[in-house]
Write a protein that binds this ligand. Structure first.
Ligand code: C2E
Ligand code: CA
Ligand code: CA
Length: 620
């Protein structure tokens, strides 16, 4: 065995030390490890500078990110920022191919070359540069300069540096990945604001601080009014821009030290700290802040260009110390925000009354589950007619036979069922009952050709297995699907439009028809309408209401009717209550109706009774 060459020995020692440091480096200290590695390499090679460049993600520019200089050699880092890749001349091409750039004497370069122009002002005589490549991607470049003389580079020196380049490269990648993961873990990618995780952490800190300082702190839960309709009508890009602008507006008025985060969709959370130690004064401070936030979004010019009117619903809760869980605080602010939505003015505080409501909701959830199990739901049927008064079918409308409160209409529970997800079992039950009833009618003379409309909630329709469920119910009830109509609302058509169309087409192929409910209330896009396999438009009750007195409503109804005709759709007016309304609709060219003028929603026995009476009257 021969003794290892002393210089090889010290070289391997250096490489081993550097690699060891890189292996242990966390994202936070990678920069430090790189700097000390550059210093070690620079000294070992007796270079004047040792440095790292990072390329931009699109490879158009590179910037000097780390630099070590021998004593007496002038640093270049500040001048070498955002250099276009072309400034490296042919070398750039070599690096992308994974090849090093080796220069022993600057004067071997043509003086008009990009390379010469780059090096000469820095006083470089010789250099060695190695690409930092990961798989096929050029991340950066790592090099040594000699300013004070010429240098020949040996094959061993180049190979040694290549080893180290690999180390630097993997450390850079790890750093990039960790930084990305960190920003994903704590920041909302759309607005760049804190996410829920980070907010929870900040609230916890604030609680600890408040218990020391005995100053009030507050959480504000903020929801952008009418955001959903905008998102549905203008698309997600615009929606994201609005969120970003709102986030900026909120941040702009926040006192420094306060935090704004985005929870989800159009919900923001603000943590405001070090309010007054007096409760009443703290309430006033929060009130003032809320007003400032409202003003900021209302007056943001970029925002008003997208949405003329911008208002917020803000729910606030105050806290002192850390008695409550952070989650509970957020829930309190959220509940206060919902209170605002209910009464429609900008700010509400969480208090005992809201707590009461919260317990009511808990009770309602419990009772609804009981209602499903104990079969307390029934369908009522409201006749649908065609001019001059023939009943074509009915809309099935849900009723809850509550054990103590009597018969309850959907307005008492359907929104809650939707929010809580209970709409899924309830919706399934509605569809089963409706198909059972329809099957019975189909077997009886006199009712065999009735059509039945069933309301489908957005959430129900979006279930991946909705089609399978419908098929199963159709088979089980043995119903002829061509008499079944599903009523959808505009809002559900916008998320995943292509999927919605595909699903509608599958169901349409089974014979099922579709009605678009409450038409005119959403932001209907005609482009969407044309592509949907629809059968019927239902003009919302709101337009029929004022039809006789209001020219504007008449114009809207006329437009809807024309639209329906253009698209070859049946148009049905809902909520017809008077003969005058009926006449006006007829004049405008609408021949299908539903409303109290003919009949209210009726239990099935009464509906059948109505049918016999009504048709007897007409001479059927
Ligand atoms: P909708 O689909 O627009 O149903 C029409 C509502 O208008 C019914 O209220 C009906 O009773 C009422 N109505 C009908 N004619 C008139 C009239 O001439 N004047 C007035 N003022 N009102 C009239 P209901 O039954 O309380 O249902 C309310 C809403 O609840 C429905 O609105 C529908 O969105 C929802 N809903 C009802 N049943 C179901 C169901 O089984 N599933 C789902 N997902 N939603 C349902
Ligand atoms: Ca309906
Ligand atoms: Ca409707």
């Amino acid at each position: 065995m021969t003794e290892p060459h002393p210089s090889a020995d010290s070289f391997f020692n250096m490489v081993a030390t550097i690699s060891g440091a890189f292996v242990q480096a966390t994202a936070a200290d990678v920069d430090e490890v790189i700097n000390s590695a550059l210093a070690a390499i620079g000294r070992f090679y007796q270079a004047d500078r040792c440095y790292l460049f990072k390329f931009s993600a699109d490879l158009t520019t590179a910037s000097n990110s780390h630099e070590w200089c021998a004593p007496g050699v002038s640093p270049q880092l500040e001048q070498l920022q955002q250099l276009p890749s072309a400034a490296f001349g042919d070398w750039y091409r070599q690096w992308t191919a994974g090849l090093p750039s080796i220069l022993c004497d600057i004067n071997s370069l043509p003086h008009d070359s990009a390379e010469y122009q780059l090096l000469a002002p820095q006083g470089i005589q010789s250099l060695l540069m190695l690409p930092l490549k990961s798989r096929d991607r050029l991340l950066g470049m790592f090099g040594l300069d000699i300013v004070r003389g010429l240098q020949q580079w040996s094959a061993e020196q180049i190979a040694g540096l290549q080893l180290i380049a690999g180390n630097i490269c993997s450390a850079l990648i790890r750093q990039q990945i960790e930084q990305q993961a960190e920003s994903l873990a704590f920041y909302d990618p759309v607005t760049g604001l804190a996410n829920r995780q980070l907010m929870l952490d900040r609230i916890l800190q604030a609680q600890l601080q408040s218990s020391r300082s005995q100053h009030y702190e507050a959480l504000l839960f903020i929801d952008i009014d009418d955001f959903k309709t905008l998102n549905d009508s203008l698309g997600y890009n615009t929606g994201d821009r609005v969120l970003k602008l709102v986030g900026q507006s909120l941040q702009a008025v926040l006192p420094s030290g306060d935090t704004v985060g985005r929870l989800n969709a159009d919900e923001f959370l603000i943590l405001t700290e070090m309010l007054s130690p007096q409760r009443a004064a703290a309430v006033q401070e929060v009130t003032d802040l809320a007003a400032a936030l409202q003003a900021a979004v209302a007056q943001n010019v970029a925002l008003t260009q997208l949405r003329p009117k911008n208002t917020l619903s803000i729910g606030a809760t105050l806290f002192l110390g850390d008695q409550l869980d952070t989650d509970v605080l957020i829930t309190q602010a959220d509940m206060a925000m919902h209170q605002v939505k209910a009464v429609g003015n900008g700010l509400a505080f969480f208090d005992a009354e809201m707590q009461l409501q919260a317990s009511r909701r808990l009770l309602l959830a419990h009772e609804l589950r009981e209602a499903i199990v104990n079969d307390q739901f029934e369908l009522y049927f409201q006749p649908q007619l065609v001019h001059p008064g023939v009943v074509t079918g009915a809309e099935a409308l849900l009723r809850w036979r509550h054990p103590t409160r009597g018969i309850l209409g959907p307005y008492e529970f359907i929104d809650f069922a939707e929010e809580s997800g209970l709409i899924l079992p309830i919706g399934e039950l509605v569809l089963r009952k409706a198909c059972q009833q329809l099957a019975l009618w189909q077997r009886q003379a006199g009712t065999s050709r009735l059509e039945l409309s069933v309301n489908i909630s957005a959430r129900q329709f979006q279930q991946p297995d909705f089609t399978a469920l419908v098929i199963e119910i159709l088979q089980q009830s043995g119903v002829d699907a061509t008499s079944l109509k599903l009523e959808l609302t505009e809002s559900m058509l916008v998320d995943n439009f292509e999927q919605v169309v595909a699903k509608m087409q599958q169901l349409r192929a089974l014979g099922i028809r579709f009605a678009l409910d409450d038409f005119g209330t959403g932001y209907s896009s005609l482009v969407y309408l044309k592509r949907l396999p629809l059968y019927q438009l239902k003009i919302d009750r709101g337009f029929v209401d004022e039809l006789v007195q209001d020219d504007n409503q008449q114009a809207i109804v006329r437009t809807i009717i024309m639209l329906g005709q253009t698209l070859g759709l049946e148009v049905l007016a809902e909520g017809v209550e008077t003969e005058a309304q009926l006449k006006s609709l007829l004049q405008l060219g609408c021949y299908h109706y539903q409303g109290y003028y003919f009949a209210r929603p009726l239990p099935h026995s009464e509906f059948e009774h109505f049918l016999r009476q009504h048709h007897a009257g007409l001479g059927y």
